[in-house]
Design a protein around this ligand. Structure first.
Ligand code: DGL
Length: 275
């Protein structure tokens, strides 16, 4: 097949803050030649407690900015924004770029591997109260029993403390919630949570005296993006890749935490989208 001249255009990725870097990291690992523009809306963090209308307004403006940077694909690397604003962003962008979210690839995995199981889910208030996972599961008749629990403070605690043991007691309270007992697997429905995946596994075991399979969507999403680019003949096969990481509000603590989410190799820049 002839190379597509649009394939060297960047992939735009955004989240409320630096949580989406867990997805960006998986993406860079499986697609090292892609050019990446990451936008973390740290000025409005956390999205999980915001109204749907507010998240929609943020998401459309960020998508507009990514479109101006000529992104070929815009990935909403945030469950809360995927739940609140995916349909609107898709409509806004139209045929000018592809738009993907982090929820559909996880639903696809549930369909392939977990039909008829009892699945637990933890996420922000926005994601859990939207019932978007339940609606999508029911639309596909997957016969999955879904038990969701909003872990409201977790994303902010991870932003502040990373994987530090100070968050253990908070996590223990969340994980021992009655909704999350007797489940076969647990979906991490917030892109901040993969950073403490091992801790979630260990504390679930301590609180419930049994181990649990953890469904971390960062790799699943990266593979879905790869498939989408392949199907549209838009994989970047040549040249050296560039990566830009922007934050709407820059502080040293974000810069330090970003290394936790992404690894050492990251330089953050301030992008004053709201000024
Ligand atoms: N990372 C975002 C998500 O996946 C949530 C964090 C926030 O509340 O801003 O939902």
């Amino acid at each position: 097949m002839e190379p597509n001249h649009l394939s060297s255009q960047p992939i735009g990725i955004f989240d409320s803050g630096i949580g989406g870097l867990t997805v960006a990291h998986a993406l860079v690992t499986s697609l090292p030649k892609e050019n990446i523009i990451y936008f973390g809306d740290t000025a409005h963090l956390p999205y999980g407690d915001k109204s749907t209308a507010a998240i929609q307004a943020y998401a459309v403006k960020i998508a507009h900015m990514l479109l101006q940077q000529e992104c070929k694909l815009i990935l909403i690397a945030c469950n809360s924004a995927s739940a609140a604003a995916y349909e609107l962003v898709k409509e806004y962008i139209g045929s000018k770029a592809m738009v993907m979210n982090v929820i559909d690839p996880t639903i696809h995995l549930l369909k392939e591997k977990y039909a008829s199981k009892h699945i637990g889910l933890i996420g922000t208030k926005q994601t859990v109260n939207s019932h978007i996972y339940k609606k999508k599961i029911d639309d596909l008749n997957l016969n999955i029993q879904l038990s969701s629990h909003a872990t409201n403070l977790l994303a902010s605690a991870i932003e502040e403390f990373g994987n530090h043991h100070v968050i253990d007691s908070l996590l223990q309270v969340y994980l021992s919630h009655p909704e999350l007992q007797h489940i076969d697997a647990l979906v991490l429905a917030c892109t901040h949570y993969p950073i403490i995946k091992n801790k979630i596994f260990q504390l679930y075991m301590m609180s419930n005296n049994r181990s649990i399979e953890i469904i971390d969507s960062s790799e699943i999403v990266a593979l879905a993006v790869k498939k989408q680019l392949e199907e549209n003949n838009l994989l970047n096969g040549s040249g050296t890749s560039t990566k830009h990481f922007y934050l709407s509000d820059y502080t040293e603590s974000f810069a330090t935490n970003a290394k936790l989410f992404f690894g050492e190799d990251i330089t953050l820049e301030h992008y004053p989208l709201w000024d």
